[in-house]
Design a protein around this ligand. Sequence first.
Ligand code: HEC
Length: 156
Amino acid sequence: MKQSFRALALLAAVFMLQASQAHPTQTRGEEEVDYRQSLYTVMAGNFHPLGAMAEGKMPFNAAEAKLRAERVAFLVPMLKEAFPADSNGVGHTAAKPEIWKDKDGFSKALQLLIDKSAALAVAANTGDADKVKAAVQETGKACKNCHDKFKVKDKD
Ligand code: HEC
């Protein structure tokens, strides 16, 4: 009885060791890139329905627009913390080194998105489809402005 328990414990220990080796420890920079890309994915996932409503590909729904716009406005300022220096040039990042070379230019591009997404949340709270559409377009321009300057084109 005791022996079979020991054998089982040993087997569990071996299994756990293998499982941990299957996911080799990431470097700090790699974790930061994953965090940043995840943040963009969640933010963009909430922005897309707004884009679809603005382009008439999805019927306008005031409650949905308000929910999505508030989420985007909440998530965007978190990007301020998502570009630590040791994530520059790491692995699969599409972030250009210019982000860290031209810190002022990058901060401005990010601030533009922060301002436009805050205005989008205000517009979405009015429930007015035209106001939401205009604010979505302005926000989309802020995305493109930064991607053109600071994101590698052929990645994502
Ligand atoms: C201030 C600059 C900036 C703004 C503004 C910006 N982005 Fe990005 N975005 C980036 C950079 C840089 C990356 C690359 C991140 C990486 O790979 O490390 C990126 C990556 C992404 C990705 C890919 C994430 C992944 O999984 O690799 C998506 C999607 C995205 N952005 C959507 C958007 C949308 C939608 C907006 C506007 C609502 C936006 N971005 C605004 C700079 C910006």
